[in-house]
Design a protein around this ligand. Structure first.
Ligand code: PEP
Ligand code: MG
Length: 568
């Protein structure tokens, strides 16, 4: 038995045969022997031919289903396939430098893609995505018959455990978790989206293991202990017995007695609102069961990731979205449902969240239309992610008004749909007073705020140790945002993962916050602990904490003063 320690990202213990997945693509460069040069060049032509066929099929099927406009998206890729500067240039490179075809494709397409970086025209700049897409297809077709990661994972036996270098949320969302019992990844931290997804699905996970994929053999028996943050190779009988108990206990939520609901109250009578963060409509049951008052964050971009649970097939289509949002507000009534508009990060470089939505107004408009239509059926709040300037918020609100008028929603009805901003970029925290003037509510997203304020990528295992919610800068920013909201008289909540840690939650109450949104599983404990604490005592602890200079001093102060005990 051997144990490797990472970061426990989702609780529970499971065991099974390891499936090892290497996602991060490395294009190898190797020297092709002279005798094989012509065969290597012929592979390029075969890949071009196969890619042409596939793209033509995709174009006509998209055309049939969605019309000629969308189908024309693929014209550019088809044209590039025949461009004399691309594949013929790669063939030349193979011949002259005697490198392998995959390497040559990557080089030629990288050079071509770089030309687009400096182009001012947004539409043209976006073509870079097409270039990468096509390069990926050509490389895949150099080895015809190779399947994608999701295809491979579909074929798995029951009771496997996935060990991957990294697991992007779009892939995690398509895995059949009834077959894969848990996962361990080299990359990642607790707040990486895949970790959040794992908690929401109840799938035990350990992340940040650095090199697990190097030493775990495919087929090896391993256990994942999400409680202790360990990956156990060749586990003992005792560990296997714990894993069996976990599987037996993972009975469906329905039919069990739920937790108390309504606001949580501190020992001195301060009401604390506990909402749930969710990713899937099915999570509504878990949120209600946990006693959440409402949904404080629905990560709507999970709608676009497909393949998981009952409504994975839902697309960005307006009517499908309307149906989903309507069922959510009805299912959570009388509590409010806060729907965050798509927070996608497909382009990299900070083009994400509301910025991306404003850049691509059509899908955004469809989402806003679906939201406003659904708002007629219950308490719905619209929240914009990644706001970094007042201009963005103004533009988004202008679109909301325009769509409301198209839908014949009058001003009085529109006022019943609060529109808020997430404060998760330091620029927004510093200008929270300005943003508060134009928002109906603020929500502090500490997962991103921490990474951008402390300059730590939350998905990068090498620096995840520096990702510190208790850094004095973070605590000051939270206070700043709370004050800005209070002066303006608008509600402010906090929906980052840090609120699920009971000790940190107590500190946040001491800092004056009274609304939180967290993963449903954390709500019952939070409610119980708050009942035992006095907010005036928490305030004086928080005042002392705000004067401390280091994380270590802050942790010590909290440890001394806030004891999270077991309920007797
Ligand atoms: C956050 O950034 O704190 C947040 C809740 O949003 P997400 O984790 O989805 O980025
Ligand atoms: Mg965020």
């Amino acid at each position: 038995m051997q144990r490797v320690t990472g970061v426990g990202a989702s609780p529970g213990v499971v065991a099974g045969r390891a499936v090892v997945l290497i996602q991060r693509e490395q294009v190898l460069r190797y020297r092709v022997p002279a005798a094989r040069l012509e065969a290597e060049i012929a592979k390029l032509e075969a890949s071009r031919h196969l890619s042409h066929q596939q793209l033509s099929e995709i174009r006509s099927s998209v055309g049939r289903k969605h019309g000629a406009d969308l189908a024309s998206m693929f014209d550019a890729q088809l044209l590039m396939l025949d461009d004399r500067k691309l594949l013929p240039r790669a063939a030349e490179m193979v011949r002259e430098q005697r490198v392998n075809a995959a390497w040559a494709i990557q080089r030629v397409f990288d050079e071509f893609g770089a030309v687009f970086d400096d182009i001012a025209d947004e539409y043209l700049r976006e073509r870079k995505g097409d270039i990468a897409d096509l390069a990926g297809r050509l490389k895949m077709n150099l080895r015809p018959g190779s399947a994608s990661a999701v295809d491979l994972l579909r074929e798995l036996d029951e009771a496997s455990v996935l060990v991957a270098d990294e697991l992007p949320p779009s892939i995690a969302a398509q895995i059949d978790w009834s077959k894969v019992r848990g996962f361990a990844t080299d990359a990642g931290s607790r707040t990486y989206h895949t970790a959040i997804l794992a908690r929401s699905l109840g799938v035990p996970a350990v992340v940040g293991l650095q090199e697990a994929t190097r030493f775990v053999q495919p087929g090896q028996l391993v256990a994942i202990d999400g409680d202790s943050g360990e990956l156990v190779l060749d586990p003992s009988e005792e560990t296997l017995a714990r894993a069996r108990r976990h599987v037996d206990d993972a009975a469906p939520v329905s039919g069990r007695q739920g937790e108390p609901s309504g606001p949580a109250v501190t020992a001195d009578g301060v009401r604390i609102k506990l909402d749930a963060n969710i990713e899937f409509q099915d999570d509504l049951a878990a949120a209600r069961y946990a006693g959440a008052e409402g949904i404080g964050l629905y990560r709507s971009e999970f709608l676009l990731m497909g393949g998981v649970r009952s409504w994975g097939e839902a697309s960005a289509d307006e009517d499908a979205q309307y149906g989903i949002y309507k069922r959510m507000v009805e299912g959570m009534a009388p509590g409010a449902v806060t729907i965050r508009t798509f927070d996608l990060d497909q382009e990299g470089g900070g083009m994400r969240g509301l910025r991306l939505s404003l850049l691509k107004p059509e899908p955004f408009r469809r989402q806003l239309r679906a939201l406003l239509r659904a708002s007629r059926h219950g308490a719905l709040r619209v929240m914009f992610p990644f706001v970094s300037a007042v201009e963005e918020l103004r533009e988004a609100r202008r679109m909301v008004r325009e769509i409301a008028s198209d839908l014949a929603i009058d001003e009085a009805d529109l006022r019943r749909v609060p529109v808020g901003a997430m404060i998760e970029v330091p620029a927004a925290a510093y200008t929270a007073d300005l943003i508060a003037r134009e928002a109906d509510f603020l929500t502090i997203g500490t997962n991103d705020l921490i990474q951008y304020c402390l300059a730590v990528d939350r998905s990068d295992a090498r620096v995840s140790g520096l990702y510190e919610p208790l850094h004095p800068a973070i605590l000051r920013m939270i206070v700043m945002v709370r004050r800005a909201a209070k002066r303006r008289g608008i509600p402010v909540s906090l929906c980052g993962e840090m609120a699920s840690d009971p000790v940190v939650l107590a500190l946040l109450v001491g800092l004056g916050l009274t609304e939180f949104s967290m993963t449903p599983a954390a709500i019952p404990l939070a409610r119980r602990l708050l009942q035992e604490m006095r907010s005036d005592e928490l305030k004086s602890i928080a005042r002392r904490v705000l004067r401390l200079a280091t994380i270590e001093e802050i942790e010590r102060e909290l440890e001394r003063n806030i004891v999270v005990g077991q309920r007797s």
